[in-house]
Design a protein around this ligand. Structure first.
Ligand code: E4P
Length: 219
């Protein structure tokens, strides 16, 4: 399973990278705004800064256009920025057309805002590199987000689609574990969801005892 961090915060990206388990970064316009990154030039520069922190990892940069022609223009500009850029395209009618265009032209894509198995099937047919089902947002409206991951896994396996399932809108560590059990190819979430994986009280208690016993015998 690949680990992506879902943020535009450079410190958090660097921290996850330093842990040695980071495979990429996903951003979206809300995450960029949260970091106060505004204006086209600043936004493009920020994507390059992110690429430079994540050694060889994929960095999703989202288009803000909603028509085919504009998405193509914007996506091509984003893809030109760095070879680690993956163009993030919303699951709308023109987005599907843009996914197909980018796929035919060697530009990698992440189809975002996916909330149903049908949308995921369409994204794969259009040649998306990644599909991003938002499991946390489904959970928020009392719908089982993890069930969607299972459905998409089954469909993609039935037809050997190459599109990778990028479990998005991950909120906590149990989402990560359940997505791994269901065979999601990638997870993207906050740093806390990644770091939460390493925590166990018995590890802390055990280490404390090992170190105390060592100290007794070596002081
Ligand atoms: C995916 O790429 C999105 O950026 C993200 O996972 C959305 O998560 P949220 O529902 O926590 O905003």
């Amino acid at each position: 399973m690949k680990f992506f961090i879902d943020t535009a915060n450079l410190d958090q990206i660097a921290e996850a990278q330093a842990l040695g388990v980071l495979d990429g970064v996903t951003t979206n316009p809300s995450l960029m705004a949260k970091e106060g990154i505004t204006g086209k030039n600043n936004i493009l520069k920020h994507y390059v800064d992110i690429c430079q922190i994540v050694d060889g990892g994929d960095v999703s940069a989202e288009v803000i256009s909603t028509t085919f022609d504009e998405m193509v223009k914007e996506g091509e500009e984003l893809a030109e920025l760095h070879d680690q850029i993956v163009v993030k395209v919303p699951m709308i009618r023109d987005g599907v057309k843009a996914l197909k265009y980018f796929s035919d032209n060697g530009i990698r894509t992440n189809c975002t805002l996916v909330f149903s198995a049908g949308q995921a099937l369409l994204a794969a047919k259009a040649g998306a590199s990644y599909v991003s089902p938002f499991i946390g947002r489904l959970d928020d409206i009392s719908t089982d987000g993890l069930h969607l991951i299972a459905e998409i896994r089954e469909i993609y396996d039935n037809y050997d689609f190459g599109t990778e399932i990028l479990a998005a809108s991950i909120r906590h560590t149990m989402h990560v574990i359940e997505c791994a059990k269901l065979g999601a190819d990638v997870m993207t979430g906050p740093l806390s969801a990644i770091e939460g994986l390493l925590k166990h009280p018995l590890t802390d208690i055990g280490l404390e005892k090992f170190l105390a016993d060592y100290k007794k015998g070596n002081s």
